[in-house]
Design a protein around this ligand. Structure first.
Ligand SMILES: Cc1cc2nc3c(=O)[nH]c(=O)nc-3n(C[C@H](O)[C@H](O)[C@H](O)COP(=O)(O)OP(=O)(O)OC[C@H]3O[C@@H](n4cnc5c(N)ncnc54)[C@H](O)[C@@H]3O)c2cc1C
Length: 256
């Protein structure tokens, strides 16, 4: 068996990672958050040939998928989102009229694999903590290692892009960086920041219909849509997240 010098292993990882990092400092689309909406948006944009980088603050991707409902790792998906599952080869069971269940682990890993195979690069353990704004337009994100961000006095670096997508879920973390700066960075009149009480059917439609550009160069999808526009929460049903990601990908592609 071949023997490896430990330094060669470290060299291989270091050179491969920094090559990837250098290549991703500029993208067509940078997506904050590797949950269901971010991964779906990334998949469809990469399929159209855009250079897409997803920045995820946690070690694992998939956001809120893994735990299903109350730690029962099955999630519900409604019929209109089934073509997305079929396209990605993710299996599903028909339960009730219009409603399927999907193994949460298969959904999270399937979305990730398909997005990466379509060309998306995911950089994990990096926290998006601010945005770059130039001439009244968001031109990317400011990010730092999750382990450092807001803990140590170490400066972040930037990842610039023609389009930035906030797919950070309940936090709408990217939009919140603009909102906290007040009226200079004007958001839509209806923007509220904070989701409403549960109404699953209404919430699922809401996240698709309101996926949009909220500030020049900055789009929202998934639960960030609810957080920004005060839409209803919907619990462990994920069709809306997939459809919202697909919809925002179409909007971004049309704009670019
Ligand atoms: C604790 C918990 C509570 C939930 N509560 C609700 C609920 O009230 N209503 C409801 O409808 N559904 C809820 N869900 C279900 C489910 O999480 C969401 O509906 C669905 O996952 C949202 O998908 P998304 O793609 O919009 O965002 P998420 O699945 O939340 O994914 C967002 C991703 O962005 C990453 N991220 C966040 N901030 C940053 C940042 N600054 N930089 C980089 N990455 C970042 C996160 O780590 C995560 O991976 C909950 C899930 C969990 C785990």
């Amino acid at each position: 068996m071949t023997t490896f010098d430990e330094t060669k292993i470290s060299e291989a990882i270091t050179s491969a990672y920094f090559k990837k990092l250098l290549d991703r400092l500029v993208s067509d689309v940078v997506i904050a958050g590797a949950g269901p909406s971010g991964l779906t948006a990334g998949y469809y944009l990469a399929r159209k040939g855009f250079k897409v980088t997803i920045i995820e603050k946690h070690l694992s991707i998939g956001g809120g998928i893994w735990g299903g409902g109350m730690a029962m790792n099955e999630v519900a998906v409604q019929d209109p989102a089934v073509p997305i599952l079929q396209e990605m080869g993710i299996r599903h069971d028909r339960q009730h009229e219009g409603l399927r269940t999907v193994d949460a682990v298969e959904l999270a890993s399937g979305l990730c694999l398909k997005a990466i195979q379509a060309g998306v690069v995911v950089l994990n353990l990096i926290n998006v903590e601010d945005v770059c704004v130039r001439d009244g337009r968001v031109t990317g994100v400011v990010a730092n290692r999750t382990m450092i961000s807001n803990v140590l006095a170490v400066d972040p670096i930037t990842f610039t892009a023609k389009a930035t997508l906030d797919a950070t879920g309940h936090e709408a973390a990217v939009v919140a960086t603009l909102q906290k700066r007040g009226p200079t960075f004007k958001l839509p009149e209806t923007a509220a920041i904070g989701e409403g009480p549960m109404d699953a059917a209404k919430g699922e439609t809401f996240v698709v219909e309101h996926a949009s550009e909220v500030f020049p160069g900055l789009w929202v999808s998934g639960m960030s849509v609810c957080a920004v526009y005060g839409g209803p929460r919907m619990g462990p049903i994920f069709g809306g997240m997939l459809l919202s990601g697909k919809r925002v990908a179409e909007l971004i592609a049309a704009k670019l």
